[in-house]
Write a protein that binds this ligand. Structure first.
Ligand SMILES: C[S@@+](CC[C@H](N)C(=O)[O-])C[C@H]1O[C@@H](n2cnc3c(N)ncnc32)[C@H](O)[C@@H]1O
Length: 252
């Protein structure tokens, strides 16, 4: 079975990230990473049930916390949660593409949909200088992050433009090319940072992720070797033999 076919068998709201919420410890790590404080106005785009807003106000004492989500049900749950905890955050039920957040000093933006990202990038460019945008795993398109604690990336307006994929890669991974060790290390960091601490299948996930990171790097011309390293081909065989999963066709 091709990897894409396997992914299609999984709950789509998880695969698209629609129903995925960042756990409390990740939110705290992100806010520490960005240095969130009392002078900040935080916007969480795609805030879901709004836990981030409670943490920002209660643990980091921000001046204002606003959550935007296009899912009315989630916004209603967020409203109830905030009320129960006597937290005074603002909630907006809207598509982030139509929302305004001009007074933001910090924006949490965890999206993978390319159309949304492109649209938002042009909105972000118009924000006031110094405004911080946090993304997870991937940087804003063609931008060099100002600070990295992988998988958390911080970009400040005005954005630093990347001259090449290599330059962007260097700024995120601190390496000039991707070998399997780098792919593995960063796949693990991602799972540890935002995964559930008691997940039992994280090894399987790390194998798939690191192989895919390496393949993508090779397709982009930034892998350290053009030939498939032994470690990658071994894991490709394991995926095929023990899990019936094919990834070889992803190599261009
Ligand atoms: C982690 S975000 C990312 C999901 C998104 N499908 C992506 O591009 O990866 C998930 C949250 O964003 C919300 N969301 C998804 N699309 C949105 C949009 N266009 N505007 C506002 N909220 C949105 C969902 O309701 C959910 O609470």
């Amino acid at each position: 079975m091709k990897l894409e076919e396997y992914l299609n068998t999984l709950p789509q709201e998880i695969i698209t990230g629609e129903s995925v919420e960042l756990p409390e410890r990740s939110l705290k790590d992100i806010f520490k990473f960005v240095g969130l404080g009392e002078n900040d106005i935080l916007y969480h785009l795609g805030c879901g049930k709004g836990e981030s807003l409670t943490i920002a106000l209660k643990n980091f004492g921000v001046k204002k916390a606003v959550g935007i989500d296009n899912n009315a049900e989630k916004i209603s749950i967020a409203g109830k949660n905030l009320e129960e905890n006597d937290i005074h955050a603002e909630l907006i039920n809207n598509d982030i593409r139509n929302a305004s957040f001009d007074d933001a000093t910090v924006i949490l933006f965890w999206f993978t949909d390319e159309e949304i990202i492109e649209h938002m990038l042009s909105k972000f460019r118009n924000l006031k200088d110094g405004c911080k945008i946090i993304t997870i795993w991937s940087p804003l398109p063609n931008c060099i992050p100002d600070k990295v604690e992988f998988p958390y990336l911080l970009h400040k307006v005005p954005f630093q433009e990347a001259q090449s994929v290599k330059e962007q890669l260097m700024s995120i991974f601190g390496v000039k090319c991707i070998d399997f060790i780098t792919a593995w290390e960063f796949a693990e960091r991602y799972t540890k940072a935002i995964g559930s601490p008691d997940a039992e299948n994280d090894r399987f996930l790390t194998i798939i992720q690191s192989v895919i990171i390496w393949i993508n790097a090779r397709n982009q011309g930034v892998s350290c070797t053009k030939e498939i390293p032994e470690s990658v081909s071994t894991y490709m065989s394991i995926l095929k033999r023990f899990f019936g999963l094919d990834v070889g066709h992803l190599l261009k």
